[in-house]
Design a protein around this ligand. Structure first.
Ligand code: B12
Length: 232
């Protein structure tokens, strides 16, 4: 059977998810949108669609990008297809009616244009009841400072996907220290090349390996902060 004869809605769940991995790999936006709708229609939770179909698909893309099998133009198409699926899931994830938790400013650091992970963290945080101010990609320290001043968030989140851009997180945190505002905010960092040790080394409150961990960590740190304030 050739590819164009595949009718997504006729595939059982596991084959459909497999097909979505292939379609994400091939950057087929319409098919990813269709597959996302079908899984939701079958009662899948938005978070399951996100992780099992989209994030897992992007993981495979990442491996072949790393191994020189896929190149930037192809990965861009995959990223666009993934974003189309995420756009369908976003309002559903935000709809949980969770009580308000706090405010987060999030952005990708200077020199770095990767935004899928950041967007995903933003979506999940919104779903958990946080107001999220997304300052986008390629942010110099001034952008973080401006957003902090304007929005007075509880949390500042920084994303970096490149080993060459992740040291910039320290520039932002050190500048916050110089201005005497570092301790006023919870700073969370994330992105594929980071780890816990790096998070500590740059002076963040926590490194979070994925969006779900970010939500849990954010809630925990906010709670701790409130307890400290209440006890003071
Ligand atoms: C998609 C992609 C691209 C797309 C980006 C499209 C977009 N709009 O984002 C395009 C094609 C543009 C691209 C470009 C490049 N890329 Co690229 N890219 C990727 C790829 C395949 C997937 C990234 C992704 O979206 N993952 C899916 C999301 C869901 O995962 P995530 O980002 O890790 O996010 C999760 C966590 O990390 C965490 N998290 C993320 N951010 C934050 C923030 C906070 C605050 C918190 C708490 C948590 C958190 O939670 C997220 C959700 O669970 C990765 C491979 C990989 N293994 O990561 C390479 C990768 C990151 N890219 C790489 C490279 C080299 C490049 C280029 C330099 C290639 C080139 N020659 O031009 C350019 C750089 C452009 C630039 N200046 O930024 C390398 C980096 C290598 C390194 N050691 O630095 C990687 C690792 C691929 C590889 N192995 O070679 N890329």
């Amino acid at each position: 059977m050739s590819d164009d004869e595949i009718i997504l809605s006729e595939l059982p769940d596991d084959e459909l998810v497999q097909q979505m991995h292939d379609d994400l790999y091939d950057g087929l936006k319409d098919e990813i949108e269709e597959g996302t709708h079908i899984l939701l229609g079958r009662g899948w939770q938005p978070y399951e669609v996100l992780t099992d179909a989209l994030v897992e698909g992007m993981r495979i893309v990442g491996e072949d990008f790393r191994d020189g099998i896929l190149f930037v133009p192809e990965v861009l198409l995959s990223a666009n297809a993934m974003k189309a699926g995420m756009a369908i899931l976003r309002p559903l994830l935000a709809e949980t009616g969770a009580p308000k938790q706090g405010k987060m400013v999030i952005g990708t650091v200077k020199g770095d244009i990767h935004d899928i992970g950041k967007n995903l963290v933003g979506m999940m945080m919104e779903g958990a009841g946080f107001d999220v101010i997304d300052i986008g990609i390629n942010n110099p320290v001034e952008n973080y400072l401006d957003a902090i001043e304007e929005h007075q968030p509880d949390i500042v989140g920084m994303s970096a996907l490149l080993t060459t851009t992740m040291p910039y997180m320290k520039v932002v945190i050190d500048t916050m220290k110089e201005k005497g505002i570092r301790e006023d905010y919870i700073v969370l960092v994330g992105g594929a090349p980071l780890n816990e040790e790096f998070g500590k080394a740059v002076g963040a409150d926590a490194y979070c390996r994925d969006a779900a961990v970010t939500v849990e960590t954010a809630k925990e740190l906010i709670k701790r902060r409130h307890n400290v304030t209440a006890g003071a």
